[in-house]
Design a protein around this ligand. Structure first.
Ligand SMILES: Cc1ncc(C[n+]2csc(CCOP(=O)(O)OP(=O)(O)O)c2C)c(N)n1
Length: 666
């Protein structure tokens, strides 16, 4: 067949045989027909929100058909065609949209917000952009395994304005990751037209700025999409690299059905309606005798029947019967701690050395563990924790990153999806704000949403007393203890730090591992030289007394010890929490029930810190045993200041002794 132009769509069979041409057609018909049915159900109030991909089918179908089934695809909210082309049983898709147990999220998330390892699809989170960095992580795993696989990830043109897009492209470029970045430029991001979204002519041009090869493809021409992506995917498998594609297309319906299309000029709608990817392709196939009327009728009947049968299954399925235990149990992937004892040979080392040693021994233990962070390779990290690691483990596993916390958290997530382990070093815990979204929304929620764990440890050098001002001194554990799905560890001693870091890396769940910089070089202890681990959720009682319970962690432990060492007459239990999430309430309650008084010391400012929750827990569980109100001692309600005099006033340390004495006298 020669080149045929229909409504400005240039169809050229590119040597595809008739079978393939028909397969492309049927693959586009299926999501279109499902959508048409869904729109009816939506009007009948039988499903919730619907994001339409009508008019954009050629992109999802062409890309999915061009990839192998073992290659991951990360679609967005208009890419039903990815799911149908990977042949997910329709009853499960319908069950997902109805919040039924047969869906992919046990009713915990809606629409296309799910992934499935069985079909190598990783669904989006609402925040759009994180998908792109997660694709980097999967691609990094493929690159390291040298398995010649390509990963395709989608974004709308609106999503390209997010920082995640730029970070992900930059990382993919610097590391030459085999990712196909697919922008579906459909003219509008909700109601925002492209000229209010970006100022360049074509988004494909952005590739140049990142040193990434880019192409523009007619997104309404399924043959062009399929053949070009097929060729590109083949080339990326042989020569791993990122490629940016801008698909030109149009969103024919509202952002979601309720939002309508009033803001779209009528002429624009009419112009694009003429370019419908299915109608034009159908008439092209018909004109050339590839598709007969009978065949088409048969195809449609088959699809209609499949939709009908599967809808019946989904509608007949009972609604979910909530079970509290199931809900709580699915927040984390189950992990059974198995004790590994260290050897008897110990060496006195500093906290910083213990972390370094623990990390190194985990790298030796897990071949698939990758460490990422700024300046961590040859330079050894700003605190020198990874010094010498490149020599031992090579640059593939000890990776310097660009300054892009979000993309690296997302990359770590992608590594986990591909079955690897990741440790990320935040240069300072303060900078976690730049990677906050993927931590609290992606890593934390992933297991609960679709049973995908995040085998990621984020190391967090934190804490004050170092005259480093508001952006290099924070202790921000409270931002994470509040988020279900994360584990939060905060050791105060070298022995605990080494053993708990080992467990953090063993544990397949996301762990925020706080390391107080002020303790790095000031605290020494005898530590077993070999690998060992310690359980999460177990506090350690450092002093035993009868008069009062002191509960603290991190630097607070050393502040309390100083007071107790200088005042031998204070008869206190001193509890070092070590693990904030999970929290060892058993040890806390047992101690408070014994002493009748509790004081909680935290380095962070008071309001909303974990001391407030511990205080409430004590009130709720030990009230009858209390001889005094529970006291919280914390830093003042300002940012942490730089000048030593101001910082001393800020920190809780200076107030702790007086508060302790006055509670003792209550
Ligand atoms: C971080 C974030 N900001 C805003 C939104 C609300 N929102 C959801 S989709 C969307 C438009 C996305 O446009 P685009 O990326 O072009 O994709 P399209 O919907 O056009 O396919 C907006 C603004 C969101 N989900 N997440």
């Amino acid at each position: 067949m020669s080149l045929i132009i229909k409504n400005n769509i240039e169809f050229n069979t590119n040597n595809l045989d008739n079978e393939m041409l028909l397969k492309l057609y049927k693959s586009m018909l299926k999501p279109r027909m499902i959508e048409e049915k869904m729109l009816i159900l939506l009007r009948q109030g039988k499903i919730s929100k619907w994001f339409s991909g009508i008019g954009q089918e050629a992109i999802a179908i062409g890309v999915t058909m061009a990839l192998d089934k073992e290659e991951y695809i990360l679609p967005m909210h208009r890419n039903l065609g990815v799911f149908t082309t990977r042949e997910i049983p329709l009853n499960r898709l319908f069950g997902q949209w109805q919040g039924k147990a047969s869906g992919f999220t046990k009713g915990r998330d809606r629409s296309f917000h799910f992934g499935t390892q069985d079909y190598k699809i990783v669904g989006m989170i609402s925040h759009l952009g994180p998908q792109l960095g997660v694709a980097d992580g999967i691609a990094l795993a493929n690159l390291l395994k040298k398995n010649n696989k390509v990963t395709a990830v989608f974004t709308g043109e609106g999503g390209t304005s997010e920082g995640d897009f730029h970070e992900a492209l930059n990382v993919a470029s610097v590391w030459q990751l085999p990712v196909l970045f697919c922008i579906e430029n459909n003219g509008y991001g909700l109601s925002t037209p492209t000229n209010e979204q970006y100022y360049c002519k074509d988004l494909a041009d952005r590739g140049k700025g990142y040193g990434i090869e880019s192409h523009i493809i007619d997104g309404n021409n399924v043959i062009e999409v399929y053949t070009e992506i097929n060729a590109l995917a083949e080339s990326i498998r042989k020569n791993p690299r990122p490629v940016l594609i801008e698909f030109k297309t149009f969103r024919m319906r509202g952002h979601e059905e309720a939002s309508g299309t009033k803001y779209v000029p009528k002429e624009l709608m009419e112009e694009w309606a003429k370019k419908d990817p299915i109608e034009n392709y159908q008439s092209y196939l018909r004109d050339h005798g590839v598709l007969t009327e009978e065949e088409e009728v048969k195809m449609k009947e088959e699809i209609m029947q499949e939709i009908h049968d599967n809808l019946e299954i989904a509608f007949n399925e009972e609604f979910i019967d909530p079970n509290l235990t199931d809900e709580l149990n699915d927040v984390y992937k189950s992990f059974v701690y198995q004790q590994i004892k260290g050897n008897n040979i110990t060496k006195e080392i500093r906290l910083v050395d213990a972390i370094s040693e623990g990390l190194k021994q985990s790298m030796q233990r897990y071949d698939d563990l990758v460490i990422m962070g700024q300046d961590i390779a040859e330079y050894g990290g700003v605190f020198k924790i990874t010094e010498g690691f490149v020599e031992e483990f090579g640059k593939n596993r000890v990776r310097n990153t660009p300054i892009c916390e979000s993309a690296i958290v997302e990359t770590a997530m992608g590594l986990s999806i591909a079955g690897m382990k990741a440790v990320m070093e935040m240069q300072f815990s303060d900078f976690v704000t730049s990677g906050f979204n993927p931590i609290v929304n992606y890593l934390a929620k992933s297991h609960y949403r679709w049973s995908q764990h995040a085998d990621v440890v984020i190391r967090m050098p934190c804490g004050g007393g170092v005259s480093a001002g508001p952006f290099h001194s924070q202790t921000n554990e409270a931002w994470f203890t509040k988020t279900p799905g994360l584990k939060v560890i905060y050791p105060a001693f070298p022995y605990d730090a080494k053993g708990l870091l080992a467990t953090a890396i063993e544990d397949p769940n996301p762990v925020l591992f706080f390391e107080h910089k002020g303790l790095y070089r000031s605290i020494r202890q005898d530590v077993p030289t070999e690998y060992y681990n310690l359980p999460f959720g177990k506090a350690s009682t450092l002093r035993n007394g009868e008069a009062i319970t002191i509960i603290t962690y991190g630097a607070g432990v050393h502040w309390a010890l100083e007071v107790l060492n200088d005042n031998a007459n204070i008869n206190a239990d001193l509890i070092d929490l070590r693990s904030l999430q999970p929290l060892d309430t058993k040890t806390i309650y047992a101690s408070v029930k014994k002493t009748g008084k509790a004081i909680i010391l935290q380095e962070d400012s008071l309001f909303g810190g974990i001391s407030s929750d511990i205080s409430s827990l004590i009130m709720e569980n030990c009230f009858e045993y209390l001889d005094a109100p529970v006291k919280r001692v914390a830093s003042i309600e300002t940012p942490i200041p730089f000048a030593t005099q101001l910082e001393n006033q800020y920190l809780a340390k200076g107030r702790f002794k007086n508060e302790l004495l006055s509670l003792l006298q209550y």
